[in-house]
Design a binder for this molecule. Structure first.
Ligand code: PRX
Length: 655
């Protein structure tokens, strides 16, 4: 795209009108914004009828700020809503998942009836191991069907899953297991990545050295490698689950019964256990999936290209799509496992109608060349979704032109682990779209953009994004820390939820998300806190001090740049290049490879204010090669100039 053309697309008044292909949805849903706005609680009460309740709720919202309960007197079972009711309604033969393996030709097709059997057997297996309602069960798995089956079996029993992304280190796994006091772990012996097997269970074994409360580990055999085995604790999935009865009587639980915990990074070193409950969460994921992805349950093949280790996988691979009874692609691999056109081959082979992924993936696919999507039949696609980070107009346009062939509306969806479900997104057929804008809050959701004093900004202005009314899938808090919940989200602007994001209303009043305004970084759509990475760096014996910033990056949105001061003894004798390599490796093993700094700058000093605070704003300027603003509050302004000089001379070490 030429710069002039990009400029034209960037012009905020440039909008794509709702596509005529969505007239049916438009007609069916005309007026829903107005209906929902006139009576948001009434709107959500009606949406709750999408679920199968054992006892239908008579209550809707009870609001004791910042704590909400939704549908408080209703009872239901989450797994029954995802699976059993479709089978009972005669849709058991419908495909729930086309599972596609990493880099081989291995595939599995699982119907709703088969999924029901797998979940029933896993529920019996977990019961046999001792799992009971309310227990926390850690799930540390690759993208294989058993991951979804395990999640559904856990919630079927009223237990609570805490899925930990398979790329996290043993340390990160242990701290999450301890924080939620998980007493069971479901894992696999290994995982595949671009065709090679890598072990997963050793990380569990290492983590459990510090988790004495874990009673049993259930292990799926995925690779042919040998594994260490602790006889009294470890159990093969095929031994415990496969022979179990194929039906399972499900109990019902109150709407506010815990469903899951999902850890995410905040502004401190300790990740937060974001806690979700059942009825409200399921209502909103089902509703948002239905409207934003224009679900036509009979014909769609939906593909959320995300990992179940993140909230996107929870809400839009497991709960939202399954409640709506759609057919999905579940893909184990990376975008280039088995070739850089792998995604387009999958779309063509399965007739994918909806593709939902992150801007980082779109930018990567874009870098690999227009000819790859062009070589495949992508005519089945109807809707393209984006999530996790701001999408730049150029990537948006590429997605629209080269993947959607100018036919498919792009739904840029803003939400968070904490919001549980989509909050801001266009509706195909109803809402115009603009390259890079998430447009407007969904029906039943109230958001605002406010200035420093909490006052609504006018059109054409930017500020902080806030959510002004409670919503059904909102987190019920930080696991084990209600005060931190109130303090983190509800104290910056009293009475409203502060998301931590900047946003702008354009001249038409449409919303553009501008990224985080706090110390949370967004690397390839993954949330990491600057302090979390600093903490890992300072944990290395050679490091005296570290400051971390998220610098903008063409592909990953942001990338981690670390400024590190070594302890004198280490600095005296060492080769910096070797230490830099070692520190990057250290961060990868302490947190995860996604937290590896793109660049580490060794510096004898860090810029500090007179009160001793590290000036991260200045370091971000340095990392992004911008000229420095006001440095008068620094103890020693020359430190910044020195670091900027070092930045230019140090070679970056990138993977
Ligand atoms: O900064 C926003 C960004 O991702 C953050 C939430 O991250 P997480 O809880 O990991 O959930 C990611 C998947 C929902 C937000 O605070 N973000 C998410 N979606 C968008 C976005 N930024 C801009 N545009 C989006 N569509």
């Amino acid at each position: 795209m030429t710069e002039a053309k990009l400029e034209a697309w960037l012009d905020e008044s440039r909008a794509f009108p709702p596509s005529p292909a969505f007239t049916a949805q438009a007609n069916a849903t005309l007026g829903i914004y107005e209906t929902a706005e006139a009576d948001p609680e009434g709107w959500w009460r009606t949406q709750a009828d999408r679920l199968t309740w054992t006892n239908a709720p008579s209550k809707t919202l009870e609001w004791n700020p910042p704590f909400a309960t939704w549908f408080g007197d209703g009872t239901l079972n989450a797994a029954v809503n995802c699976v059993d009711r479709h089978v009972a309604a005669g849709r058991g033969d419908k495909v729930a998942f086309h599972w596609v393996a990493d880099a081989t030709n291995e595939t599995r097709t699982i119907t709703y009836a088969q999924l029901g059997v797998l979940v029933a057997q896993a529920a019996h297996g977990l019961t046999q191991l001792g799992v009971r309602s309310g227990d926390r069960v850690a799930v540390y798995m690759p993208m294989i069907p058993e991951a979804v089956v395990a999640m559904l079996a856990i919630v079927r029993l009223g237990a609570v899953h805490s899925v930990i992304f398979g790329g996290f280190s043993a340390d990160a796994l242990a701290s999450r297991i301890i924080d939620a006091d998980c007493t069971f772990v479901v894992t696999a012996d290994g995982a595949f990545r671009r065709g090679s097997a890598s072990p997963l269970k050793p990380a569990v074994d290492e983590a459990l050295l510090t988790c004495p409360n874990v009673k049993a580990v259930l292990v799926v055999k995925r690779t042919s490698g040998d594994v260490e085995w602790t006889q009294s604790r470890d159990h093969w999935w095929h031994d415990v689950v496969d022979g179990q009865p194929t039906t399972h009587e499900a109990a019902s639980f109150p709407a506010e019964h815990p469903l899951f915990i999902m850890y995410t990074s905040g502004t401190t070193a300790k990740p937060k256990g974001i806690f979700h409950t059942t009825g409200g969460y399921l209502t909103q994921v089902a509703t948002s999936y239905y409207y934003v992805f224009d679900v036509k349950s009979a014909t769609d093949v939906c593909w959320t290209a995300a990992d179940i280790g993140w909230i996107t996988g929870h809400s839009y691979i497991v709960y939202g799509p399954l409640i709506n009874g759609v057919t999905q692609v579940l893909y184990e691999g990376l975008p280039d496992s088995g070739g850089r056109d792998r995604w387009w081959r999958i779309v063509a082979e399965y007739g994918v109608t909806m593709l939902y992924t992150a801007p980082t993936a779109i930018r990567t696919l874009m870098k690999w060349g227009d000819e790859l999507p062009a070589a495949h039949d992508l005519s089945s696609l109807r809707i393209l979704g984006s999530v996790g980070e701001p999408i730049n107009p150029e990537a948006w346009m590429w997605y629209r032109e080269h993947v959607g062939r100018n036919r498919c509306p792009i739904v840029d969806t803003w939400w968070q682990t904490e919001t549980g479900a989509l909050m801001i997104a266009p509706l195909p057929g109803l809402t115009a779209t603009k390259p890079g804008a998430a447009m407007r809050a969904l029906p039943g959701i109230s958001v605002d953009v406010v200035d420093n004093d909490g006052v609504t900004v006018g059109n054409g202005e930017g500020g902080y994004l806030v959510i002004t009314k409670p919503w059904p899938s909102m987190t019920r808090g930080i696991y084990g820390d209600p005060e931190r919940f109130a303090e983190t989200y509800w104290s910056r602007f009293p009475g409203v939820y502060f998301a931590g994001d900047g946003a702008k209303r354009d001249l038409d009043g449409d919303l553009w998300l501008l990224g985080r305004v706090d110390d949370v970084m967004n690397i390839s759509g993954h949330r990491l806190s600057t302090t979390e990475v600093e903490h890992a760096l300072v944990g290395h014996p050679a490091v005296a001090e570290a400051a971390v910033v998220g610098a903008s990056d063409e592909t990953t949105g942001q990338a981690i740049v670390a400024f590190v001061t070594l302890k004198l003894a280490a600095d005296d004798h060492s080769d910096h290049a070797a230490i830099i390599d070692e520190l990057r490796h250290h961060v990868a093993t302490t947190i995860s490879p996604i937290a590896k700094p793109r660049q580490i700058i060794m510096t004898p000093e860090l810029p500090k204010t007179r009160s001793g605070k590290i000036m991260r704003r200045l370091l971000r300027d340095v990392a992004e090669h911008r000229s420095m603003g006001d440095v008068t509050t620094l103890t020693d302004p020359s430190v910044v100039a020195m670091i900027a000089g070092l930045m230019e001379t140090h070679a970056s070490s990138e993977d």
